[in-house]
Design a protein around this ligand. Structure first.
Ligand SMILES: C[S@@+](CC[C@H](N)C(=O)[O-])C[C@H]1O[C@@H](n2cnc3c(N)ncnc32)[C@H](O)[C@@H]1O
Length: 441
C-alpha cells in the first residue's frame, strides 16, 4: 500500500478532506468514504480507507505529537493545515509500508495548494521532525493525570475514559478502549449451515472460523468474502457477531410475530430470520433512504418480509406483537472500531439528547407489544444514558412491563448483567452491545 506518485497524492488529498468532513459534520464515515472512493482503483481505495479510519482512530495521539513537534497547540496552527498534517503524521507513526517521503511530500504539496509557501515550509519542518523519530514511544504523553494519560495514549476523549474506568475498572476499560482501536475484520451472518458455507468459502480462498458468540456467524481470517459465490447468491450478510447475538436475546420461537421498529439496514431482522426462518416479521424505519438499503439487502438475501416507512412514535401497526425489537439510535460507543469518527462527536449533552430521543421511541414501541409479549431494547452502546436510563424511565411510566429473567444459550449467558440486561463490551473479535428485555403483563 505504498501509494506513490500522482495517484498516491490524490488519495492523500481525499483522505485529508474526508477526515475534515468527518470532524465537522454528522455524516456516517461509511457515506464519506463512499464519496471519497469515487473513481479510485481498488488498491487505492484500500489506502484511502486506512488513511481516513486510522487518522480518525488515532486523532488525539496524533494531535499530541503534532503539538509537541510544532511547539504550540493545534488551535494556534492554521486550520487549513490540520487535515494534511494529521493524515501525514498517521502514516509516519502507524503505517510501516508507507515511505516517509511519500507521506511528507503529499502533505506539503497539499498545503501549498491550500495555503502559502511559508505554511508549506512550516509543515515540512514539523513532519520531518516527526519522521526522524517515527516511533510513538519517542513522543511521551504530556500529563501527570493517569486517566488523561490513558485517554491520550489510546486516543479517546478524557471524559469517556474517566467514565469507563469508573464503571468497568481500569483493566476492562483499557481492553475495551484498545478493542475500539482495532481494524475490524469481516464477520458474516450465514443463511444456512455455517460449517458448509465455511467449507465453500475456503474453496474460494476465504478462510474463516466459527464466531463464538453467534450461532449463525463466521469470522473472516483472510480473503474478501464479498467476491465469493456464497455472497453473490445471498447466503451471507456482513454483520458483527455481537450485533447478531444481540438480536437473539432471548432466542425467538418459531411462528413468533415480530416487529423490528428501527430496522434499517436490516441486521437485526436478518439475524432473527437466519436463526428462526419460521418468524412472521415486519420491519419498519423512519428513514426512507435507509429502508431502501434494507430492501436492496433483502433482495440480495432473498428474504421476504413486510417493510414500512414509519416513525415509531406514529406507528401504522395495530398492537399485538409477541416481540417488538427496537435497535435504538444511540451514541455507538460499542462500535468505535468501525466508526472512529464517533469518538469526536460525543459529549455529555449529546448523550442527554440521544437518551431523550430513545425514550420517546421506546415508549411508543411498548404500546405495540401483546400481553405477555416482549420489548427488546438494543443499542450498540455501553453508556447508561443510552440504556439503563431509558429503560428505567420506561419502567416508571409503564408499570405493566418488568425486566425478564433471562435464560440464554451457553455462549450468551455469561453476559447477563442483571434482571433483563445483557451486555458485551467491545473486544478483539466483536463490537459492544447492550440489550434490555422487558416483559409485558
Ligand atoms: C441503530 S440503527 C438500526 C440498525 C438496524 N437495526 C440494523 O441492525 O441494521 C437505528 C435506526 O433507527 C432509525 N430511526 C431513528 N429515529 C427513528 C424513529 N423515530 N422511528 C423509527 N426509526 C427511527 C434510523 O433511521 C436508523 O435506521
Amino acid at each position: 500500500m505504498s501509494g506513490k506518485g500522482i495517484a498516491g497524492q490524490a488519495v492523500r488529498r481525499r483522505a485529508a478532506v474526508a477526515v475534515e468532513e468527518a470532524l465537522q459534520s454528522r455524516a456516517p464515515i461509511s457515506d464519506l468514504l463512499e464519496t471519497a472512493r469515487g473513481g479510485l482503483a481498488p488498491r487505492d481505495r484500500g489506502l484511502l480507507d486506512e488513511l481516513v479510519l486510522g487518522t480518525l482512530r488515532w486523532l488525539r495521539r496524533l494531535d499530541g505529537v503534532l503539538e509537541s513537534a510544532a511547539g504550540r497547540p493545534l488551535a494556534e496552527i492554521d486550520v487549513e493545515l490540520h487535515g494534511p498534517l494529521r493524515v501525514a503524521t498517521h502514516q509516519l507513526l502507524f503505517l510501516d509500508r508507507v515511505p516517509p517521503y511519500a507521506a511528507v511530500d503529499a502533505a506539503v504539496e497539499e498545503i501549498k495548494r491550500r495555503s502559502h509557501k511559508g505554511a508549506a515550509g512550516f509543515a515540512n519542518a514539523i513532519l520531518r521532525k516527526i519522521a526522524a523519530k517515527a516511533n510513538l514511544a519517542s513522543w511521551p504523553v504530556p500529563t501527570e493525570d493517569p486517566v488523561e494519560a490513558i485517554a491520550i495514549e489510546t486516543s479517546y476523549p478524557t471524559f469517556l475514559v474517566r467514565r469507563w474506568v469508573h464503571r468497568f475498572g481500569e483493566g476492562r476499560a483499557r481492553a475495551a478502549l484498545e478493542a475500539g482501536n482495532r481494524r475490524p475484520a469481516f464477520q458474516l451472518l450465514c443463511f444456512g449451515d455455517r460449517e458448509a458455507l465455511a467449507a465453500g468459502l475456503r474453496d474460494e480462498s476465504v478462510e474463516t472460523e466459527l464466531a463464538p458468540l453467534a450461532t449463525q456467524g463466521l469470522a473472516v481470517l483472510s480473503g474478501d468474502p464479498r467476491e465469493t459465490a456464497a455472497f453473490r447468491s445471498g447466503k451471507l450478510y456482513i454483520q458483527d457477531q455481537a450485533s447478531q447475538a444481540a438480536a437473539l436475546v432471548p432466542p425467538p420461537a418459531p411462528g413468533d410475530c415480530v416487529l423490528d421498529v428501527a430496522a434499517a439496514p436490516g441486521g437485526k431482522s436478518f439475524s432473527l430470520l437466519a436463526a428462526e426462518p419460521g418468524l412472521r416479521l415486519t420491519a419498519a424505519d423512519a428513514s426512507l433512504s435507509r429502508l431502501l438499503r434494507l430492501r436492496a439487502n433483502q433482495n440480495r438475501l432473498a428474504t421476504g418480509f413486510g417493510l414500512a416507512v414509519a416513525r415509531a412514535e406514529t406507528p401504522p401497526f395495530r398492537a399485538g406483537f409477541d416481540r417488538v425489537i427496537v435497535d435504538l439510535p444511540c451514541s455507538g460507543t460499542g462500535t468505535f472500531a468501525r466508526h472512529p469518527e464517533l469518538k469526536w462527536r460525543l459529549s455529555e449533552s449529546e448523550l442527554a439528547r440521544l437518551s431523550s430521543q430513545a425514550f420517546e421511541i421506546l415508549l411508543a414501541a411498548a404500546e405495540l407489544v401483546a400481553p405477555d409479549g416482549r420489548l427488546c431494547a438494543v443499542t450498540c452502546s455501553v453508556e447508561s444514558e443510552d440504556n439503563e436510563s431509558v429503560v428505567e424511565r420506561l419502567l416508571e411510566r409503564r408499570t405493566d412491563f418488568r425486566p425478564e429473567r433471562l435464560v440464554l444459550p451457553t455462549q450468551l449467558s455469561p453476559f447477563v448483567e442483571g434482571p433483563g440486561r445483557w451486555r458485551v463490551l467491545p473486544a478483539d473479535d466483536r463490537d459492544g452491545f447492550t440489550v434490555h428485555v422487558l416483559r409485558r403483563r
